[in-house]
Design a protein around this ligand. Sequence first.
Ligand code: FAD
Ligand code: SF4
Length: 482
Amino acid sequence: MESRDVVIIGSGYGGTIPATRLAQAGMQVTVLERGPRFDTRDFVQSDRIRDLDRVLDIVLTSENVAFRTGKLVGGASINMDGAHFRMPQKSFLVRDRNGRPYWPAGFSRAMLDPYYARAEQMLRVRQLAWTEISRGGGMFAKMLAAAGASCERSRLNYTDCLHCGFCTQGCIYEKKISLLLSYIPVAEAAGAEFRPGCDVQTIEPMGTGYRVRYVLNGTAQEIFGQRVVVGAGGIHTPALLKRSTSLLTGLSPQVGENFNSNGEHPFVGILPPEFDDLSRYACFKGMENAGLMSFHWYDSDGITMHPGAGLEPSVLVSSLAAANHPVLPQRAWGMEYKRFAESVYPHRIIAFSVLGLADGHRAVTLQPSGKVDLVNRDRTAFDSYLDRVDRVLAQVSSTTGVTLLPVVPRKQAGTTSSHLLSACRMAETIDQGVVNPDGEVFGHPNLWICDASTVPYALAVNPAITISAIAERTSEKIVARG
Ligand SMILES: Cc1cc2nc3c(=O)[nH]c(=O)nc-3n(C[C@H](O)[C@H](O)[C@H](O)COP(=O)(O)OP(=O)(O)OC[C@H]3O[C@@H](n4cnc5c(N)ncnc54)[C@H](O)[C@@H]3O)c2cc1C
Ligand code: SF4
């Protein structure tokens, strides 16, 4: 059997960052990635389902709720919208209903700051200038100003963005600094091997390391890792551990539990005709994150808001169906709907997403067929978060005259989320979490998890840079262990 100092599973932030740092420390590293390796020339600017399906993994649950994650070498760094905010200190302080802090002792903004800085430098994150904000961002800022609220320019890993609006499909202009353009070349220069097309099935203890079984081109393969780092992402990492439960005995009962979508809840706004000179604004233009962030309600309600762009007409259909609003057409079809859509699209539509300090309310499970599912758990705390969001948005709507509609019905809040946190969360004890504060799986030395699944709770800001900072820190711990 092949043998390596380190076998890494998945090549998003949680896989590629340790691959880079461990290879730089002189270890022999192989990264197993289930998806193909594309380069910039392979990306296409198309919204056809089959083109999206080449680059984006949509996990559809048994209740038809969809979550989005990565499926190529580089993980979801290829698809993401570029927003990189360090987590505010208050997000580290949240406690559960028993008064227990979600974050292990010692974690704070100050503790993670040096790791944030390291990752930001690699990913070339910077605050946008006002001249780089799209008109969609400007419209969002005007709406907030009318509501007496503020917003600020976002921190993105985009340089000289052309505002074409196809960020999810992979940037054909190399304006977004994905892992393919940052960490991966550094990892490879240090000797790390990225092996695409390798779908990992199970992990099994073997001596002082682990046997990793995977399928490549339909053929079963195995490789031994003295150390194994799992970076398969917020849904597929807990699924992999669940598939390996009979082999990795004594795993925490928290594997798959506490799944948290970061309070992500998208909205569409219909601007009143007199709101502004709307003729020069078109909602289908601009980069997918319109480049602003509002922390106005963060201290009071634990929520942030950021605008989107690149809106398809179909967003109206799902919003109308979800909202069931008295002044809007009751059906998203027919003549009444057509006339309505003509009157508002594309100049009177804006979109934005709310993120927030929301509890988890789902668990990652496996169906009898082996297919991954995300099933409902207690929603009480999550529902009270949605009440807070509704209250804030009702206030925005009443002060601005903008009609605000959720993109999905309340019971499906979080659907289309790409913030897939906490289903293998870090904690101080095995009864509370799956990995210890250094990222090592409880009861399984030399088995580490480094991806979104270890983040213990919602952040209320976009997660990639926090996942990256934690991955930098975990890599340091693995190197220190030797
Ligand atoms: C469309 C979109 C927009 C986003 N926008 C933003 C944003 O603006 N800001 C932000 O902070 N975050 C954003 N995110 C979220 C962010 O990209 C994720 O939080 C982040 O990529 C998670 O990193 P990860 O390493 O945990 O997982 P991923 O990046 O998803 O990487 C996991 C990798 O593991 C591979 N894998 C899975 N299972 C296996 C297996 N069994 N065997 C081998 N390989 C496997 C996958 O193919 C994938 O490549 C966005 C995500 C999406 C999808
Ligand atoms: S909007 Fe900017 S970052 Fe996104 S795909 Fe177009 S050029 Fe690239």
